[in-house]
Design a protein around this ligand. Structure first.
Ligand code: URA
Length: 424
């Protein structure tokens, strides 16, 4: 078998088999197959696509390229959650403790994302003392005692994905549904939870720009999970405007905490409950979605999820007094340029404004400013008077605040009539 024949086969639209996909992934991870051949292969896949069988084979080969987490020492049903990412998405911080309070074991490894705002791990690191680098024994012990552990993804987990993602980034092959599905699911399957709930987002601030693309990716990922023996379900949710009101790491932790205290924004609460309900059904803790949602709501409203969050933060060395979260030195209001209804608040541009403030990173070495970000005072559908504050920008550098303010002006569209269909 040789790589040239495998590339040629995909280029000519034939279906690759198990051995060919393994030959590529193992050879590439172990350095026998050069970048240029993998790049050609990625482009062939981008242009020709992959069948469901090929996508499953690719995912499993990527999963097997590194260590798999052995969760067998954890009692009970292990649950995991994944979001394809968005602006202001802090649902993990709410869903994970709800599920732990429900009796599931939430074993979650998260990344430090590149882009608008930090990943879950960056958000958690804005909590003073919070340790994201648990070793295996600590992870297992915490799961057995507390029911939830959130830690940074280790380099040994699906290393083929790390290599391939960097190559996709450099070869304009990121936007391929089978490659995205294989990338996400290889990492999820390497963690190996019994139950996985996916939040697949569409819209201006999401990976998938249309609901159809999000649906297609969600169905594929659920099918991959099920084929590999994992119970999986997906929710499709909008990312046209940011989720909740806070964008930026410490601000998002504070908003997640408010939501756990039943004082958070409705859209964030509702999506978190929907995701929790899916996992509760998959985990066989409830016979149907309505009962599962009622259970999730009760755990939230009675403060049991809140107590789990505090338990987790303390177990991982963090300061559970959230009034100590880092605060930016400077704040400037972004004001309405005219009176009217907010008809759009484009999440991608709000995300770029947060990035300009230092809340995200463009290169992986960049250092995040945990205190920086944006607090929205108004969202789509609200009426604002000219000069009224739409968002408070939090930062530590005047030039960055001015840059963010200019970007915010491009994110907002104000009309004299209310939007006919509220874009949520
Ligand atoms: N997230 C991932 O982990 N991989 C992709 O390819 C896209 C989003």
């Amino acid at each position: 078998m040789n790589m040239l024949d495998i590339i040629r086969k995909k280029r000519d639209q034939a279906e690759l088999n198990h051995e060919e996909i393994r030959f590529w992934i193992e050879g590439y991870t172990q350095g026998r197959i050069p970048d240029y051949q993998s790049a050609a292969m990625l482009m062939a896949i981008y242009l020709r696509g992959l069948s469901k069988n090929e996508t499953v084979e690719l995912t499993l080969a990527m999963r097997d390229s590194g260590l798999k987490l052995d969760l067998s020492d954890i009692e009970g049903i292990k649950a995991d959650k994944h979001s394809t990412g968005g602006v202001g998405d802090k649902t993990t911080l709410i869903v994970a403790p709800i599920l732990a309070a429900a009796g599931l074991k939430v074993a979650k490894m998260s990344g430090r994302s590149l882009g608008f705002t930090g990943g879950t791990i960056d958000k958690l690191e804005s909590i003073n003392g919070f340790r994201v680098g648990l070793n295996r024994q600590e992870f297992i012990e915490q799961l057995n005692h507390c029911g939830v552990a959130l830690m940074g993804q280790t380099a040994e987990l699906a290393p083929a994905d790390k290599l391939l993602y960097a190559l996709r980034d450099a070869t304009a092959t990121v936007e391929s549904t089978p490659l995205i599905a294989a990338s996400i699911m290889s990492k999820k399957l390497a963690v190996g939870a019994d139950v996985l709930v996916l939040d697949v987002k569409y819209g201006s601030g999401a990976f998938f720009k249309t609901i159809e693309a999000a649906n297609e990716a969600a169905a594929l990922m659920v099918e991959i999970g099920q084929t590999a023996g994992q119970k999986a379900a997906a929710i499709i949710s909008s990312m046209e405007q940011p989720l909740g009101r806070a964008v930026g790491n410490a601000l998002e932790v504070a908003e997640a905490w408010q939501t756990l205290c039943c004082q958070g924004p409705d859209d964030l609460r509702e999506l978190s409950l929907d995701l929790a309900a899916e996992a509760i059904v998959l985990g066989d803790l409830s016979p149907d979605k309505a009962l599962a949602r009622a259970k999730a709501q009760e755990l939230l409203d009675k403060g049991l999820a809140r107590a789990k969050f505090i338990e987790m933060v303390k177990a991982q060395g963090g300061d559970s007094d959230f009034s100590h979260l880092p605060q930016a030195a400077l704040r400037i209001p972004f004001t309405a340029p005219k009176s009217g209804y907010i008809c759009a608040l484009h999440a991608n541009i709000v995300g770029r404004a947060a990035l300009a403030l230092g809340a995200g990173r463009l290169v992986k070495e960049a250092i995040i400013d945990h205190s920086a970000g944006i607090l929205l005072q108004h969202k789509v559908g609200d009426y604002v008077q000219e000069g009224e504050c739409i968002a408070m920008l939090h930062g530590n550098d005047n030039n960055r605040l001015q840059e963010a303010n200019a970007l915010m002006a491009r994110s907002v569209f104000i009309e004299t009539t209310a939007p006919p269909n509220l874009i949520s």
